[in-house]
Design a protein around this ligand. Structure first.
Ligand code: ADP
Length: 487
């Protein structure tokens, strides 16, 4: 249960927010505390320096008045203000003996800095925070004192060391209070950040959960279901639109497959039913040899049609699956067209239709149009168009096949002088099993798969096909295929 939560995007987002917020809060606390400490220490040091300056001024005044040498009782009255104050005061001789101490120091001596020699020669003064047993006796167990030690050389007086101290108790108390505040604020802040992030993530991810639920509910039977339109076109809104578009495409593909399977089943059933019906009639009684022969001829015709349909369906399935062309080879379109025309010539002659080919002759630098492809498929592609042309042409008309090179493509046009295709059917003639209902010559014998195969083969060769009715009657199919390169 817990593990399930840990794996959610919501948990990961919350954790990330809390982590980032925690790091920022910690850095901020350390920076604030450091700056505060530095500022307070600077102001403490300033006060110590002020006190030392004014004490020194008193001593200088006393020396100028010639009242004393060396410093002893004479200067004490001048330092009276130090006695009562919260500052601790101590005068030592240059050799370190304590000469005067403010009464608040009682019997405690303020310690000297470790590098006294440097003090005498170079820096002249040092400020340190000191602690230890002596200071503890004066200020309590954790007592600390900030002590300024200054080496003084006043004319008319022997060199001496002036020390001024200030109890750091208030500073330390404030610092630990501040630390405690931060230690409380950071976890409470993190808790708030965590709860806020958790709620925010839940709110932001709610549409995604809804999409997941909707997607789970989708089945093949409910392919028309869509996600509700988004309220805003943010990232989630874009995703909903994209998923809906994908569902549109899936539904189209699924419906096409459904139609195809139903149509294929229906089309394959017809010849089988015809054969079974015929056989049942023949089997009812003794037949003459002519009747048997007629039945067998009909059977042969139906079987041929069935065979052709199975071939066509296989070709289409290959084209549909977007399979790469196996055994593709440089194929001369001129040769394919010549073969097709030769094959269809007898049928065309029977119908008094002329087949006319116009092919580009390789001349000089102009090469013969070669296409990287499957010769048999290309043959069936052009053959289907020529067959249709012949089938729908009136007597004595011509079916023209023209091949032209256009830059790096070859254009194959098949024109006839037949009835053409009614404009409302032009868009659909490439669909499988689609037939234009007509009463003219040869209108009912096809399978409705021919043009679907032509388009499928053109696509398989990375080409395309278009159809248009011609002004003078008839129609023109135009296929464009890319030429084979680098041969
Ligand atoms: P079929 O095998 O039934 O001819 P096709 O896919 O080859 O199937 O053609 C689909 C429809 O397009 C046909 O029903 C036919 O009416 C129409 N058609 C195809 N070629 C021509 C043409 N050259 N002239 C007129 N109509 C055509």
């Amino acid at each position: 249960m817990l593990w399930q939560h840990v794996r959610t995007l919501r948990f990961k987002l919350t954790l990330l927010h809390v982590l980032i917020f925690g790091i920022i809060l910690s850095i901020l606390s350390v920076v604030v505390l450091t700056i505060w400490e530095a500022n307070v220490l600077a102001s403490v040091d300033e006060r110590l320096l002020d006190r030392a300056d004014s004490a020194l001024a008193s001593i200088e005044r006393a020396a100028n008045e010639g009242r004393d040498q060396p410093i002893t009782e004479g200067v004490q009255p001048q330092l009276g203000d130090l006695r009562q104050s919260r500052y601790y005061f101590q005068l030592r001789s240059a050799s370190g003996e304590s000469i005067i101490r403010s009464p608040n120091l009682r019997d405690v001596r303020l310690p000297l800095p470790s590098d006294m020699n440097r003090l005498k020669t170079a820096s002249k003064q040092a400020i340190e925070t000191v602690s230890g047993s002596d200071i503890a006796r004066l200020l309590g167990a954790d007592g600390q004192m900030r002590v300024l030690t200054r080496y003084c050389e006043v004319p008319g007086v022997l060199p001496f060391v002036l020390q001024v101290g200030l109890n750091m108790g208030t500073f330390n108390t404030s610092r630990s209070s501040l630390r405690q505040i931060f230690l409380m604020v950071v976890p409470v802040g993190l808790l708030f950040a965590g709860v806020a992030s958790w709620l925010l993530a839940r709110r932001s991810l709610a549409p995604i959960r809804r999409i997941a639920r909707e997607a789970q509910a989708l089945t093949a039977a409910q392919l028309d279901r869509r996600m509700p339109p988004p309220d805003a076109m943010d990232e989630v809104g874009e995703m909903v639109v994209t998923v809906n578009q994908m569902l549109d495409r899936l539904e189209d593909a699924f419906r096409a497959q459904e139609r195809f399977v139903a149509d294929a089943a229906h089309e394959l059933k017809t010849p089988v039913a015809v054969v079974i019906g015929g056989a049942q009639v023949i089997a009812q009684k003794e037949r003459t040899p002519e009747e048997y022969e007629n039945f067998l001829r009909g059977l042969l015709d139906e079987m041929r049609r069935l065979n052709q349909m199975v071939d066509s369906l296989l070709t289409l399935a290959r084209a549909d699956a977007g399979m790469p062309l196996l055994g593709a080879e440089p194929t001369s379109i001129n040769e394919v067209v010549t073969d097709v025309i030769q094959r269809w010539q007898p049928l065309a002659s029977q119908r008094c239709v002329r087949l006319v080919a116009s092919l580009p002759m390789p001349r000089g630098d102009d090469p013969e149009p070669l296409v990287m492809g499957d010769p048999e498929l290309l043959d069936s592609m052009i053959g289907n168009l020529v067959q249709n042309g012949v089938r729908y042409s009136p007597d004595a008309a011509a079916v023209e096949v023209e091949v032209r090179l256009i830059e790096n493509r070859v254009r194959i046009s098949v024109r006839d002088h037949g009835p053409g295709i009614p404009p409302e059917h032009l868009d659909r003639v490439f669909e499988r099993f689609y037939r234009v209902p007509r009463v003219e010559k040869g209108g009912s014998s096809g399978t409705g798969l021919g043009l679907a195969i032509v388009k499928g083969v053109a696509r398989l060769h990375k080409g395309d096909i278009k159809v248009a009715n011609r002004d003078g009657g008839g129609c023109e199919f135009v296929i464009e295929l890319p030429l084979a390169v680098g041969l």
